[in-house]
Write a protein that binds this ligand. Structure first.
Ligand code: HEM
Length: 496
């Protein structure tokens, strides 16, 4: 049986607290970029198109990278303190490389004005741009550095779990599909979900790395050209998979932590194995719905995109919702801030997932494509799902079970945050339904007066809710910092 020493647990805890503090600093800064974008679209400030796209690029890449990195860090902590021995130096290696990558990206965007959007849609970073080549180079190298960090972290985590649980097939839960041996070790759901999220992630990062090297080659040798359709496939496979697995990584820790509050076990069984194994396949093929507008693509891809997008919504989501309900139903759970974060986060995932499925319907997509409906759906499950899971984990690190039940400040901040994020996102949905295009620095150039005015008005209202959600966030930070500093003082007194 695995023994993890208290010293090792303390080391892992220190690392995850460093990650948490980094998240707590970077997250509101990236929100402020979102606020500036909305104020510009509402015509309350005038950033100019160049600055707008610079901020949009840093915001998109920064948020996607930050959320994936923290979801990985959370898994690392939970697996490393309960399920498998992890090398803490690899953890710090990942942290340092990610930090270097983030600094590089911030310089490339804020100083170098690199602004092609998170997807850098080929040949955009090379043709007709108004930023210097060095900033493109720095952005690409920074992303490669982060890719190296993530790849090394994933390989270490999956191989440590594989060693502990007797091979890859056991990590996938296939032992549950045959008659199990007497006394065979149970597989915790978090271990299976970690594997099912991170192995497709490995494929996505390898494709992403190949694509970034192709960009780098063209930067160094401008005579080179690649097939734009191939590049779009690569970037969408990378980006869609990254966002998808960020969600699943966080869902993994809900399986591990919610039972601590309901007092009920959440075990792996055949149904869980079948549904998460199906998800493994769907993660890899759902990105085809990003290619609906590329008519040069083989038409089979369109059908695959449609079928897989619909199917991917069912197994993991339905089985997790059912699991959460059966965890809670008639349990003696006390609704402290941690289980509330997980429950409302799962709801955000379901609502955002549903509007994603709506948008992945070809007939609907031909109307909503590139309207604000698109940021609406991914902000719902990232901000209303992943971010709440992350806050739940940070509260888990700072508050004891009793403290999180009683902490009224944390609960007030949480509800202010949640209500405001859904109102902020509501303005995106309303924009989508009113045909307001996405990725417009402002709507002044739109000749249809009603679209211009509605777009600007919704952006102004959204900005008010962003200010409110920031207040909610800082109230939660206050509650977290008070408890963390109390813990620090207590451990200092103990060591004296
Ligand atoms: C309160 C928090 C947030 C605010 C205020 C905010 C605001 C915005 C705004 C105004 C846009 C531009 C929409 C457009 O006109 O096309 C945007 C785009 C985007 N946001 Fe957020 N956002 C927030 C949270 C997040 C989170 C948590 C993620 C996590 C992945 C995220 C990822 C993105 C991405 C990927 C884009 C698209 C960038 C692009 O098209 O290149 N945002 N956000």
């Amino acid at each position: 049986m695995l023994q993890i020493s208290p010293v090792e647990i303390k080391r892992q805890r220190k690392l995850v607290i460093i990650w948490s503090i980094t998240f707590m600093v970077v997250f509101p800064l990236l929100i402020i970029l979102g606020l500036l974008m909305r104020l510009n679209q509402g015509e309350d400030i005038n950033l100019g198109a160049d600055t707008f796209y610079t901020l949009m690029t840093l915001h998109g890449l920064g948020m996607a990278g930050l959320l994936f990195t923290f979801s990985f860090a959370g898994l690392w902590y939970l697996v490393g303190t309960r399920q498998a021995k992890l090398n803490i130096s690899v953890g710090y290696f990942v942290y340092t490389l990610v930090l270097i990558g983030v600094i590089g990206l911030a310089i490339a965007t804020l100083i170098g004005k690199f602004g092609p959007g998170w997807y850098m849609l080929y040949p955009l970073p090379f043709i007709g741009v108004n930023w210097p080549a060095w900033s493109t180079g720095l952005a690409i190298v920074s992303l490669i550095i982060m890719g190296v960090a993530w790849l090394s972290g994933i390989i270490h985590l999956v191989s440590a779990m594989s060693k502990e649980f007797g091979g890859f097939s056991n990590l996938m839960g296939w032992q549950y599909l045959r008659k199990r041996k007497e006394g065979e070790r149970d597989l915790p759901p978090i271990v299976m979900i970690t594997t099912i999220s991170l192995v497709p992630g490995l494929c996505a990062f390898l494709i992403g790395a190949a694509m970034l090297f192709m960009y780098l080659m063209q930067l160094l040798e401008p005579a080179l050209h690649f097939n734009p359709l191939l590049m779009k496939n690569m970037v969408m496979f990378f980006g869609h998979t990254l966002v998808n697995i960020t969600l699943y990584c966080c869902v993994g820790w809900v399986y591990a932590l919610l039972p601590e509050y309901t007092g009920r076990e959440w075990k792996t069984d055949k149904v869980l194995v079948y549904s998460w194994n199906a998800t493994f396949i769907f993660i890899l093929f759902a990105y085809f719905h990003h290619l609906y507008m590329d008519f040069a693509q083989p038409s089979a891809f369109q059908y695959i995109g449609q079928i897989v997008s619909y199917s991917s919504a069912i197994p993991a989501t339905a089985i997790t919702m059912f699991g959460v309900i059966s965890q809670i139903y008639h349990s003696k759970i006390k609704w402290g801030v941690i289980p509330v974060c997980f429950l409302i986060g799962v709801a955000g995932w379901a609502i955002g997932g549903f509007s994603a499925v709506v948008d992945s319907t070809i007939a609907v997509n031909s109307v909503l494509h590139n309207t604000l409906w698109v940021p609406a759906h991914f902000h719902t499950y990232m901000l209303g799902g992943v971010v709440l899971f992350i806050l739940g984990l940070i509260f888990y690190l700072s508050h004891t079970k009793e403290e999180q039940e009683k902490d009224k400040t944390a609960k007030f901040g949480f509800w202010l945050f949640v209500i405001s994020i859904h109102c902020f996102i509501g303005m995106f949905y309303s924009g989508g339904l009113n045909s307001i295009p996405r990725r417009y620095a402002d709507y002044k150039g739109i000749p249809i007066v009603s679209v211009h005015h509605t777009g600007a008005l919704l952006a102004e209202i959204a900005a008010l809710f962003i200010i409110l959600l920031l207040i909610g966030l800082f109230i939660m930070y206050f509650a977290i910092i008070i408890k963390l500093s109390k813990q620090k003082n207590a451990s200092l007194i103990k060591s004296v």
